[in-house]
Unconditional design. Structure first.
Lengths: 211, 211
DNA sequence: AGCGAAATGTGGCTTCTGTCCACATTGGAC
DNA sequence: GTCCAATGTGGACAGAAGCCACATTTCGCT
């Protein structure tokens, strides 16, 4: 991955400072548990002066925004990958989406909090990406509904909302350390919630041919 | 010397500065959407010098911690009140708990985020209070389970966890502006999720009609 | 009462941060 | 090769956190 940019022999120009700064921020996120880094610290880690970052970001808030966008993109990517790897069963596909969401929250708790627990700004691109991730969920539930895997008296939109709340709830609780996050515990928790959700989501569905 | 809040000024420098500072912080929370206030600002609002707060709080983080504790206490209080006002039906009681949680998130979104979306520190009292609130939920679901209102193949602990995730999910999404928060929309969303959860939680419970 | 001690508030530092400025260096377009 | 926009540098300023010594007010104790 990224080279350790602590004290590299480099010329006047840093190869890709923007990338280095974002990486440094992510590294700090992982190291500490929160995202109140300092711009000057990022610059120090990247080996540039406290002012160089301003050639790539308008302000500190702008760095945060870039990180949010990046996180959102990573999440969407992970979701797509999960769907691609999932089998054809509608339930399995919905579950794959939820699991990738939770996994994201567990692997990068601070980033997850930054991206999805912070209040929405006027973030246009941000909102768009979030909508994209959400639309993926809605589409998947639409498929599940068409396949008769879930109750028909609720719209795909409603089911998507319900599942989102459910998954987001677990993810948030896990990412903030309010639920035990050992692999075994996580697996158990996810399985449990999945059971409850699908029972609730399936009940009322007219008996259908395909599963 | 009661623990009652917002006393009248007693006639010396500043009656109850600690209280005034916390109130100022809460007011700032409500005014802006975030909780990155400045200690000096609180002091200014309270009409004291930038250093007076240090007679009541060890640091800025300490103020945050106090606010978290306060928020947790308020939440627990609201939950108790909701339970007291709820009828005897187990389902109604569980629902009352969930609604009070969501209402808290909606009425004080910033405080809610501060209290329940932030990573847990070494907050001992904090954790204790959180556990208390959680224990209330667990106890209520225990009652529901004993009354046969929910499926028996899941423990009360499991059901509590599932419902917590569910409710926390909606609350977080609402508090961060990711779901429409108009009263009507909220009512609909809560009803929807409640339906899904209880269907899922009730399945396997005492016999009932099947379509 | 009164008087000393503990609380509480003040003003003045020091260090650090975000952001603005003018200037230096560089790589690439011509 | 020359010139320019992109990028990095160094300095400056306001504002904030937190420490210190000092000034007040209130209270405990006799």
């Amino acid at each position: 991955m990224g080279a350790r940019a602590t004290e590299e022999p480099r010329g006047y120009h840093h190869g890709n400072l923007r990338r280095a700064l974002l990486d440094a921020a992510l590294a700090l996120f992982a190291e500490r548990g929160h995202h109140d880094f300092t711009l000057r610290e990022l610059a120090r880690v990247a080996g540039v002066t406290h002012n160089a970052p301003y050639r790539h970001f308008a302000s500190k808030a702008d760095v945060l925004a870039a990180l949010r966008d990046e996180g959102l993109a990573k999440l969407a990517e992970a979701e797509h990958a999960a769907l691609a790897a999932a089998g054809p069963s509608p339930r399995e596909r919905v579950q794959a989406l939820g699991e990738s969401y939770v996994r994201f929250a567990l692997e990068q708790p601070t980033l997850f909090r930054l991206v999805l627990s912070a209040p929405l700004e006027e973030g246009e691109a941000n909102k768009a990406r979030a909508s994209e991730s959400y639309r993926l969920l809605e589409r998947t539930l639409e498929e599940a509904r068409r396949a008769g895997a879930v109750r028909q008296d609720l719209s795909a939109r409603e089911l998507a909302l319900a599942s989102w709340a459910f998954v987001h709830g677990i993810a948030t609780l896990l990412a903030s350390g309010r639920l035990p996050a050992t692999p075994a515990a996580v697996k158990r928790t996810v399985a449990l919630l999945s059971t409850v959700f699908f029972e609730g989501a399936a009940h009322g569905a007219p008996p259908r041919t395909r599963a």
